[in-house]
Every structure is written in C-alpha cells, then in structure tokens.
Design a protein around this ligand. Structure first.
Ligand code: XIL
Length: 394
C-alpha cells in the first residue's frame, strides 16, 4: 500500500514538474533577447530617464531581454540640439556606450518631429535659414553616429489624420512644404550611406484612410528617388480595441511590395483600470499575435516596445485612466504579455508563463490615487521607482 502511494506521488510529481511555476527559474528558459537573436529579429525597448536612475533592475532588464535600445526622448531634435549653437551628446553617447558594452544596437529616433523641435519652431526663421539649420542638424547627428546606428527614423508623424489633407498642418509643412521631407532623407543618406532610413507614423497599422495616405506618400517618395528604406508602424494600441490582425498583415504585405522594410517601432497595449486577469490575458494574446504577424512577413524584422516596465511607461501621464501597457510590471516581474512575445518567438509555451498567477486587484483606484500613481491594482502594488538622474560625465 505504502509503495503504491509513493509511486503515485512520484508519477504526479514528474507529470507536473515542467509546468510548475517554481520548477524552473526564469534563467533556465531562454530570454527574449536570446530568442530574438536566434530568429534574427531586432527586438528592442525605449529607454527614458530611468535608464540613469538608481533602480538597477531597469538596466538589468534591458540588457537581459532586449538586443536593441531606442532613446525615448534623448535623441529627438530638441534634446540633441537644445540651442541653435549647441548640441547635447551626453545622454545619447551614454546610451551608445551601454549598447556597445552589452553587444546591443541602438535605433535612432527621430530626426524631425514637429512636436519635439524645440527652438526651431519658436523663432520665425526664413525658409532658407530653416532648411540650413535642419541640414546642419541632420548632418551633425547622423554623421556623429555614422556606421553605429543601423536604422534612423528620419521624419515622424508628418501625415494628417484629417480626411481632406495628406500632410499634417505643422510649422515645418507650412513653411517648407514637402521639400523638407525629401531633403531630410537625402541629407541623412549623405551623412551615412549604409544606414536604413525610416518614415515613422501612428494609426497606420491596419488598412484604412491613414495607412492609405502613408502608402501613397511612401510611393511618392520612392517615385521621386528619395532614399527611404523602411516604414515604422508605431503600434500604440488600446487593449480593448485593437485593429484587425489580417488587416495589419495585408497592410504590411503591400508595404513590403513597395520594397520597404517594416519596423513595429513603439508597441504597447494600454489597459483600462482596474487591471484584472482577463485584461492581462488579452494583452498577452495581443502581443503574441502581433509578433506572429511580424514574423510571417519576411520584411518585418524589427519589433520594439515603448518602454521597459509599467511604472516608467509614457501611457499613465498621456492617457486618462489607462496604464500597465508593457511586458514587465512595476516590480520588473514578467507579465503574461512577456510570455506572449516569448511564445511567438519560441513557437512553444513557456513553462513558467503557464503557471503565472495574477495577484488580486486590491480595490478600485480613485482619480486622486491614479494621479499620484499610487493605485492598488494587480500590477500597481509598488509605487514607481524614484529616478534620480545621473548625468554621465564622459
Ligand atoms: C513620447 C515619449 O514616450 C514621451 O515620454 C515624450 O514626452 C513624448 O514622446 N510617438 C512617438 C514617440 O514617435 O516619440 C512618442 O514618445 C510617443 C508617440
């Protein structure tokens, strides 16, 4: 009887062993970075001020799970070129050095974006002066990192959301027309002959008005002989209303037929509060299926998430009542979404992910708590880590 009992326990233990969450620590499964490397996928994350913060888990997560970094803001025009006679390279150089030390790559984002143009917009420059200043900036920035940055977003968000106009009504477009776009690509190419040059945009992921305009615009660039190599689809999605995947795949197909590389450049799926396990499970599926769509298109080799963990994501300050959009929670623990990407890359379920339990949501967040970022949600148990900025000195 006793032997029979022991045998039963042994069989049960063997059956459960690989699937128990405690059975294998995270380190015993390949990391996302290893899986992406094996598949030749540029898999990255955006890094912000917390990169230089005191919480070491931020950089540890970056180098463990990603092979690429993009500066969330430190390499935008206004940040790299804060005054007409001054460039600020310290943050960008520090990111470059980290990537170099860790065998990672840096993606350049973004040379021209009307929202982050700083002083360029504030002074009423003549057309010629403006073109000169943009040329000088692109030449200096792309030239400085020549051969070290494989992809640059040259122009960001220049297409209008309105039905009656192709181009967004920005100070750049009003003053320079589309000349500045064509020229920006040409100047970037002149500064680095091997870099892949991208046009980056949001809301153009699935078939529809904006993606049609993006397509027409890119076709125009190609016809004019402008050196554009790729399209960036930002992919900032609301977890509750995601675009149809077949439609995204169809859009990617026609972009690839235009001879463009496709990069999913800023992926995140924001959740409504309070967070619960059903929303997290849906988020996992969303990440998994989007990665699958990318893997199915031979021109889609770049997939970047817009941030490292939930407490440092841009979503909370920018979207009312939305948050928890990323692969890691406030405590840098892998969320179901992490295992979604993992499954798509590995082509099998992850042992630990299978056993993942979601902590219970403790009460409904009040608007005040939300503002203070103190909500007691499943993924919001720890307050965001305080970031102290260390300015690199070399
Ligand atoms: C956002 C950053 O995440 C914020 O922290 C910053 O203040 C504003 O820009 N599309 C883009 C990104 O191309 O550069 C934006 O990043 C998000 C939307």
């Amino acid at each position: 009887m006793k032997i029979h009992h022991a045998f039963f326990v042994l069989v049960l233990a063997l059956a459960l062993w690989p699937w128990s969450p405690q059975a294998r620590p995270l380190e015993e499964e390949p990391t996302l970075r290893q899986l992406a490397d094996a598949k030749g996928i540029v898999f990255g994350t955006a890094v912000g001020d917390s990169f230089w913060g005191i919480d070491k888990r931020y950089q540890a997560t970056v180098k463990r799970d990603f092979n690429t970094i993009v500066a969330e803001y430190h390499m935008k025009f206004g940040k790299l070129h804060p005054r007409p006679i001054e460039f600020e390279w310290r943050f960008a150089d520090s990111i470059m050095r980290f990537a170099d030390e860790q065998g990672m790559k840096v993606r350049g984002h973004c040379l021209l974006w009307h929202k982050e143009a700083g002083w360029l917009e504030k002074v009423n420059y003549s057309r010629d002066s403006l073109m000169f200043l943009i040329h000088r900036a692109i030449d200096s920035i792309v030239g400085r990192y020549r051969g070290k940055i494989p992809q640059w977003d040259v122009v960001n968000e220049a297409i209008s959301n309105k039905t009656d106009s192709l181009y967004r009504d920005t100070f750049l477009f009003r003053k320079l027309g589309i000349d500045y776009i064509d020229s920006a690509f040409r100047w970037a190419r002149a500064a680095d002959s091997s870099v892949k040059l991208y046009y980056n945009e949001y809301g153009n992921e699935a078939l529809g008005l904006k993606s049609q305009k993006t397509y027409d615009f890119l076709k125009g660039l190609k016809e004019r002989g402008v050196p554009v190599d790729g399209i960036g689809l930002q992919c900032h999605f609301d977890n509750d209303s995601v675009p149809d995947l077949d439609s995204i795949a169809a859009n990617m197909k026609r972009l690839a037929e235009l001879d463009l590389d496709i990069a999913l450049t800023e992926v995140d799926y924001r959740l409504s509060f309070p967070v619960d396990s059903a929303k997290l499970a849906k988020q996992k599926e969303n990440y998994r299926d989007l990665m699958k769509v990318c893997l199915e298109n031979s021109r889609c080799k770049t997939f970047l998430v817009w941030g490292v963990n939930d407490s440092t994501s841009w979503v909370r300050p920018y979207f009312k009542n939305r948050g928890a959009p990323l692969l890691f929670n406030n405590d840098y623990a892998a969320k179901p979404a992490y295992y979604g990407i993992w499954e798509a890359l590995a082509g099998r379920p992850n042992a630990i992910g299978q056993g993942l339990r979601i902590r219970r949501v403790q009460g409904k967040p009040t608007a005040k708590a939300l503002n203070q970022r103190k909500i007691n949600g499943a993924l919001e148990l720890a307050p965001p880590s305080r970031t102290r900025i260390h300015v690199p000195t070399r």
